[in-house]
Design a protein around this ligand. Structure first.
Ligand code: URA
Length: 433
């Protein structure tokens, strides 16, 4: 087989066979197929797409390019959650404890943040002493004992995807539905969960800006999961503004704890309950969504979910007093208000610009070697639909720099005000299963 023929076939809009896809993934992973031929194929897929069965084959080949994690030593039905990337998305800290609070095991492998979206591990490390390094035995033990553990991604999971994602990043081929679906699902499938709940974001701060594209991506991922033997559900949720009011690290942990302690931070609470309910139904803990939702809602109110989070923190070396007294979380030196320049209603908050503003403050990484500053971040004081008067505070920047000019510029770019009130965005658009 010759790679040039595979490229030509896809360039001409034809379907690739399993043998051709495997030939490409195997050859590319070991370095026999060069980047320039892989780039050409990525571009041909970008323009001509892939049929669902081709995408599933590509995904399976990427899973098989590396190690897979065997979670069979964990008792019960393991369900994982994955978000396609949002700003202010701290649902993992609420969903994990909620699901664990009804006895469903959550073995969460998470990553670090890069660019405008934050990483679960970075955020958790705002809690003094919390560590995510552990052996596989400790991880399995933690989940069996406490029903919840969060570890850094270890092992050589889907190395073909790692190489291809880096290549797509520099060849303008990231935003292709089959390529995104295959990339995300290969890592999820290699991580060994029995069921997967996907939070597919839609809107200005998401990969997919349009609802119909987000729906196609969600359908593709659900098909892949189900075709490859994992029960998969996708929830399409809004990313036309950050989720909740806090963007950063320690401040996101604080907001998640507030929801876990029963506070009604509406979008964050509702999305967390939605995702956790689907997870517990997939795990077989409840017969239907409504009874799951009702019990999980009670567990937010009666402290059981927060207790699960305390147990997680304790088990992984964290100082529990920090989450019992949230003022002990890291804080920045300065709190700088950014105010409205005119009267009006907030019509849009570009989530990506808010994420970039937080990154400039030091809450995220521009390159993968950057250090995170856990105490800095952004508090939104106004969200879409809110009325503002000139001079009123839109956001507070928590900064260690007295004059964070770049971040202030980004905030001004992120907020759009209009004369008329804008209807609030729907939070959950669709569930696909
Ligand atoms: N996240 C991934 O892991 N892969 C993509 O292709 C896009 C987002």
């Amino acid at each position: 087989m010759r790679m040039v023929d595979v490229i030509q076939k896809k360039r001409n809009g034809k379907e690739l066979t399993k043998e051709e896809i495997n030939f490409f993934i195997e050859g590319y992973t070991i370095g026999e197929i060069p980047d320039y031929q892989a780039s050409a194929l990525m571009m041909a897929i970008y323009f001509n797409g892939m049929k669902s069965n081709e995408t599933a084959t590509l995904t399976q080949a990427m899973v098989e390019s590396g190690e897979t994690i065997d979670l069979s030593a964990i008792e019960g039905h393991k369900v994982d959650k994955h978000s396609t990337g949002g700003v202010g998305d701290k649902t993992t800290f609420i969903v994990g404890p909620l699901v664990a609070s009804v006895g469903v095991p959550v073995a969460k492998m998470s990553g670090r943040g890069l660019g405008h979206t934050g990483g679960t591990l970075d955020k958790l490390e705002s809690i003094k002493g919390f560590h995510i390094e552990m052996t596989k035995e400790e991880f399995v033990n933690n989940v069996n004992t406490h029903k919840l553990s969060v570890a850094g991604q270890t092992g050589n999971l889907a190395p073909a995807d790692k190489k291809l994602y880096a290549l797509r990043d520099v060849t303008a081929t990231v935003d292709s539905i089959p390529l995104i679906a295959g990339s995300i699902m290969s890592k999820k499938l290699a991580s060994g969960a029995d069921g997967i709940v996907l939070d597919v974001k839609t809107g200005s701060g998401a990969f997919m800006k349009k609802l119909e594209d987000s729906e196609s991506l969600a359908r593709e991922m659900v098909n892949i999961g189900n075709n490859l033997g994992r029960n998969t559900v996708a929830v399409i949720s809004d990313m036309n503004q950050p989720l909740g009011f806090e963007v950063g690290n320690a401040n996101e942990v604080r907001e998640a704890c507030q929801v876990l302690q029963g506070e009604n931070i509406e979008d964050l609470r509702l999305l967390s309950l939605e995702l956790a309910s689907h997870m517990t139904v997939l795990a077989g803990a409840f017969e239907d969504f409504d009874s799951a939702y009702k019990t999980l809602e009670q567990n937010l109110q009666n402290g059981k979910a927060f207790e699960s989070f305390r147990t997680l923190v304790k088990a992984q070396g964290g100082d529990v007093s920090v989450i019992d007294d949230l003022t002990k979380l890291p804080q920045s030196k300065y709190h700088i208000e950014v105010t409205a320049e005119q009267d009006g209603y907030v019509s849009e908050i570009d989530a990506e610009s808010i994420g970039v503003a937080a990154m400039y403050l030091g809450a995220g990484r521009a390159t993968k070697d950057d250090q995170i500053n856990h105490g800095v971040g952004i508090t939104l004081k106004k969200k879409v639909g809110d009325q503002v008067t000139k001079g009123e505070v839109l956001v507070v920047l928590h900064s260690d720099d007295e004059e964070p000019t770049n971040s202030i510029e980004k905030i001004n770019e992120a907020y759009s005000l209009s004369k008329e009130v804008r209807e609030k965005h729907q939070l959950i658009y669709k569930v696909i299963n």
